[in-house]
Design a protein around this ligand. Structure first.
Ligand code: GDP
Length: 650
């Protein structure tokens, strides 16, 4: 049976959908266009089936920088809405960069639109002619948006130092990768792929959460599954805790590898028991988390672990379209003598081919050579394939996204637009991704429940627990605090990256930021607050939470006056000659004017004079001249009540 996408149904907001999927409204236009659903740039109508389909398609657009617009119908206002950029920025770019000043509603030439959009780091895809009116069928639409096939999972290994992350990665690589023909030679490119009879798995082989978080901070979530390695003889250690928090924060499914089970002192059951404290509940404890007892030394349990990964991947139904739009992220990158910038990319959708012109973050180039981790040359790389590429103009950063460009020249233009945007962003703190206590309020104004997220580091575990416990109690009816990561030790670069990704604030108790952390925090505008007295810390956060409240105002009575006469005052108009009978009236007062019982005016004082002088206030027993904002119809005997609105929840 075919379900039809009806045009009738509820009205939905494009802006809200865009926000939810972290896309620009212009990208949402593309999906709507693809499905033949009409919209007016901010809203569309659709029934629940259609909305489901739209949401599915939006999910596939993650990280997309493509904006879909209709040829010959784009005005500066369209671009402002599609990209959610400030209107003055659009007009400035038009005027200064493109030398095409235009009114907000002037239709722009298509080439200008392309350049304008590109200068904000996005590309235009022109909408195809609208689909035949009656609507598309669901199944047809499915075909259109997905030439999808299952893709291998991308796996990151995390855990405490010395618990065997590297050994595990090495064992898996040696046992499954290096075919005899390669004589066991592999190169470290930051990621590798194993090919098992049951399927492929891509491992990111920079263990630890620094790389993982660095990528997240740049908006790239490439990891599908995280393996938490815990040594069976050592149990949960500080970095294990941190890794758990990072994984839980990123909402990535976790599989636990209890390592070093070959050791006599190994006590895997104790590890599983300890994990329950962190809400990581093993299947054997009635939970959902797969756990495997392994040894990276003997290889025991590793085949089962790999099977478990594939099982988890199957549940997740990971899919990609090798013929679809190119999506991918930089895993690592460096400058190499004689080779120039070298970057490892993980293609997540589409296929990257030798000779392609690409934009990677704010760098660009033509792919001169691609190799895999076995140092084999490749002509093409499909989804979940890690490849090392040569040919970029500069070294990109981990987490930068890759996309096609028509040719090298276009690639250069897009990239230079991006680096300009990056420089501008660096100059404009309010547009950066980080968070400071003072800008929390603006950032969260539109959410119903507000959350102040915190990363907490302290000198000893006891203080971590104490600070965390106290902070989590700081809340009121509108704002909650949430400690997204806590741990022992100085504030590290990876803490800052997490804070940046999660828009959190870093709080240190008896610890300081490490050198690199400071630089990163400045760059990303993440606020670091350090304390040595716990109550100061709590007081500050309490203040921040209060500051995040919607301001609440209450009326406070100031005084009363009586209109004694109406006077002509110069050419300006008539003024009320008044006598203050109680309290005071100030220049900034709001007023109500009553005649007998009737309210005849409510508004503001416009001018307040004492004889000929403008004054700030007049008090009991004084005479004064008052004019009101937009109102002159006062009469002798009118009573003026002055009041002001004051914020009561400061
Ligand atoms: P990483 O810091 O987590 O990457 O840990 P490594 O892989 O460097 O391992 C730390 C140490 O533990 C090394 O000396 C390894 O040889 C040893 N090791 C790792 N896995 C095992 C294991 O399964 N059994 C035993 N007995 N030793 C292991």
């Amino acid at each position: 049976m075919q379900t039809e996408v009806k045009k009738s149904g509820m009205t939905h907001s494009i802006g809200e959908l865009a926000k939810e999927f972290e896309l620009k409204p212009g990208t949402v236009y593309g999906v709507l266009n693809e499905l033949g659903i009409d919209h007016d740039g901010s809203q569309f109508e659709a029934d629940s089936d259609a909305v489901e389909l739209i949401r599915e398609s939006l999910l596939e657009q993650a990280g997309s920088t493509e904006i879909v617009l209709k040829k010959g119908a784009v005005t500066p206002r369209t671009v402002v809405n599609a990209l959610e950029v400030p209107q003055p920025d659009v007009q400035k770019t038009l005027m200064l960069k493109l030398k095409t000043p235009a009114q907000l509603t002037t239709t722009l030439k298509d080439e200008i639109v392309e350049k304008l959009v590109e200068s904000f780091g996005y590309t235009v895809r022109w909408a195809e002619a609208p689909k035949p009116k009656p609507a598309v069928s669901l199944s047809a639409a499915h075909k259109k948006v997905s030439g999808e096939q299952p893709r291998p999972p991308v796996v990151t290994i995390m855990g405490h130092v010395d618990h065997g992350k590297t050994s595990l990665l090495d064992y898996i690589r040696k046992a499954n990768v290096a075919g005899k023909e390669h004589g066991g030679i592999t190169q470290h490119i930051g990621a590798y792929q194993v090919d098992l009879p049951e399927g492929k798995i891509t491992f990111l082989d920079t263990p630890g959460h620094a790389a993982f978080t660095a990528m997240r901070a740049r908006g790239a979530q490439v990891t599908d599954i995280a393996i938490l390695v815990v040594a069976a003889d050592d149990g949960i250690m500080p970095q294990t805790r941190e890794a758990i928090q990072h994984i839980q924060n990123a909402n990535v499914p976790m599989i636990v590898a209890v390592n070093k089970c070959d050791r006599a002192e190994a006590n895997p059951d104790r590890v599983l028991q300890q994990l329950t404290e962190f809400n990581v509940i093993a299947e054997s404890y009635g939970g959902q988390v797969q756990t495997y007892n392994v040894s990276a030394l003997t290889g025991e349990g590793i085949p089962a672990l790999l099977e478990g990964i594939l099982l988890q991947a199957e549940i997740m139904e990971l899919k990609a379209d090798p013929k679809g739009d190119l999506k991918g992220s930089v895993v690592e990158a460096k400058m190499e003598k004689g080779r120039g910038p070298v970057a490892t990319l993980l293609v997540m959708n589409g296929t990257l081919e030798n000779g392609d012109s690409v934009v990677v973050g704010s760098t660009f180039g033509r792919i001169k050579a691609m190799t895999d981790y076995k140092a084999d040359r490749l002509d093409a790389a499909g989804p979940a394939t890690p490849v090392e590429i040569l040919g970029l103009s500069d070294v990109p950063q981990a987490g930068d996204q890759i996309e096609f460009a028509k040719d090298e020249r276009t690639a250069r233009e897009i990239a230079s637009g991006r680096s300009m945007n990056e420089r501008e962003a660096a100059l404009l703190p309010q547009r950066s991704r980080g968070m400071t206590l003072s800008d929390l309020r603006n950032r969260m104004q539109n959410d119903d429940l507000k959350e102040l997220r915190l990363v907490v580091k302290a000198d000893v575990q006891g203080s971590v627990e104490a600070v965390k416990g106290m902070l989590e109690k700081v809340r009121n009816e509108e704002v909650e605090t949430k400690v997204i990561l806590s741990g022992v030790g100085g504030i590290t670069e990876s803490d800052i990256l997490l804070a940046s990704a999660a828009e959190a604030i870093c709080v240190g108790f008896n610890v300081k930021p490490e050198g690199k952390a400071k630089i990163e925090a400045e760059r990303r505008k993440v606020e670091i607050r350090t304390y040595t007295i716990i109550y100061e810390l709590i007081e500050d956060i309490e203040a921040a939470v209060k500051g995040m409240l919607e301001p609440k105002f209450e009326e406070q009575h100031l005084g009363t006056g009586e209109v004694r006469l109406k006077m002509q005052f110069g050419k300006k108009g008539i003024i009320a000659g008044c006598y203050i009978t109680e309290g005071k009236i100030t220049r900034n007062s709001q007023v109500r004017v009553r005649r007998a019982r009737d309210l005849v005016y409510e508004g503001k004082v416009a001018t307040l004079k004492h004889f000929k002088d403008d004054v700030r206030e007049v008090t009991l027993g004084m005479e004064c001249g008052i004019t009101f904002d937009n109102w002159e119809a006062f009469q002798e005997g009118d009573i003026i009540e002055a009041f002001e609105m004051i914020q009561v929840n400061l």
